[in-house]
Design a protein around this ligand. Structure first.
Ligand SMILES: Nc1ncnc2c1ncn2[C@@H]1O[C@H](COP(=O)(O)OP(=O)(O)OP(=O)(O)O)[C@@H](O)[C@H]1O
Ligand SMILES: [Mg+2]
Length: 264
C-alpha cells in the first residue's frame, strides 16, 4: 500500500472575485508522478503557487506530513521538503554547471561564501551523481550560459534535487524543447519518481503519454476529471473543453501555429 504525501481540501483562490482555483479534493501518493493538464488559465500554475506558499488561498488546506502548507511561508515549505521549478529556467549563466549545482547544494549559505567552500568528497560525489542523473556530467565545467534551453531546464531540475525534496513541483518542463529533449525530460522525470513525489504541469500530449501516469485535468480552476491518459483523452468533457481546443499533439500545435502565421 502506498502512503499519501499530500491531501488538498476545499482549496479556493480568488483574484478580485475571480475564482482562479477551486479544488474540492486532490491527493498524491508517495513517489507518485502526477501530470496536471488543462487549458490556459485553468489554474495549474496557481495550484503550484499555493503549494509552495507563493500564493495564499482564501480557503482550504494542503496537508503534507501533518503540516498545512497553506499556513506556512515559502521558506518553511522548502524546509519541509517541497521543491518548485518555475516555467523559465533561472540558472546563473556566468557560473559553471558545477558551481550552479554547488550553490543549490549550499542553500543555507550566502552565495559569495558558498563559492569559496572547500568541498568534502561526499559532497562532490553527490553533485556528480546528480549531474549524471540530469545528463550533464560532461557539461560540469561548462559555463551555464552556453547550455541549450533543454540543458538549462535539466540543470535547474538538478539544482532542485540536490536539496533532496520529498515533493517536486515542475511547471511545463518540456516547453520550448526539441522532441529529443522532451523525450529525455520524460525519462528523467520517470527516474526521479523512484525517489520523489512529483507533480508536473504539461501541455504537450506526446510527453504526457510518454509519462503514462495518472492525469488530473484542471479547467476553470476545478478538477474536471482524473485518471489514466487513455481514459481522460476519451472523456467528452475533456475533449470539448481542452483537447478539442488549441492544445493537442505537437503536430497539431505545429499546424495551428503555421495556420496562424506565428512562429512562437
Ligand atoms: N496574481 C494574479 N492576479 C490576478 N489574476 C491572476 C494571478 N495569477 C493568475 N491569475 C489568473 O488566474 C487564472 C489562472 O492562472 P494560471 O496561471 O494558474 O493558469 P495556468 O493553468 O497555469 O495557465 P497556462 O497554461 O497559461 O500556464 C488566469 O485567469 C490568470 O489570469
Ligand atoms: Mg501556467
Amino acid at each position: 500500500m502506498s502512503k499519501r504525501i499530500l491531501a488538498v481540501e476545499e482549496l479556493m483562490v480568488s483574484f478580485d472575485g475571480f475564482k482562479a482555483l477551486d479544488i474540492a479534493y486532490f491527493e498524491l501518493e508517495e513517489k507518485e508522478l502526477r501530470v496536471v493538464i488543462g487549458p490556459n488559465g485553468a489554474g495549474k500554475t496557481t495550484f503550484m503557487d499555493v503549494l509552495c506558499g507563493k500564493t495564499k488561498p482564501q480557503t482550504g488546506t494542503a496537508m503534507m506530513d501533518g503540516r498545512d502548507l497553506v499556513k506556512m511561508n515559502e521558506q518553511q515549505i522548502v524546509e519541509l521538503g517541497v521543491g518548485r521549478k518555475f516555467q523559465t529556467p533561472s540558472v546563473f549563466g556566468s557560473l559553471s554547471v558545477f558551481d550552479n549545482l554547488l550553490l543549490a547544494f549550499k542553500t543555507d549559505r550566502k552565495v559569495w561564501r558558498s563559492l569559496f567552500y572547500t568541498l568534502t568528497p561526499p559532497a562532490k560525489a553527490r553533485i556528480e551523481e546528480v549531474a549524471e542523473t540530469v545528463g550533464l556530467k560532461d557539461a560540469l565545467p561548462m559555463q551555464a550560459a552556453y547550455l541549450s534551453h533543454g540543458q538549462k531546464q535539466w540543470l535547474e531540475i538538478g539544482m532542485l534535487i540536490l536539496q533532496d525534496p520529498k515533493l517536486l513541483l515542475i511547471d511545463e518542463p518540456a516547453a520550448g524543447m526539441t522532441d529529443e529533449e522532451t523525450a529525455k525530460t520524460g525519462r528523467l522525470l520517470l527516474e526521479l519518481a523512484n525517489k520523489h513525489s512529483i507533480i508536473v504541469i504539461e501541455h504537450d500530449m506526446e510527453f504526457v503519454k510518454q509519462l503514462a501516469r495518472k492525469v488530473t485535468v484542471l479547467c476553470e480552476g476545478k478538477i474536471l476529471t482524473e485518471g489514466p491518459i487513455e481514459k481522460v483523452q476519451e472523456d467528452p468533457q475533456v475533449i470539448e473543453r481542452y483537447l478539442g481546443r488549441s492544445h493537442g499533439t505537437r503536430a497539431e500545435k505545429a499546424v495551428a501555429l503555421a495556420g496562424s502565421g506565428s512562429h512562437g
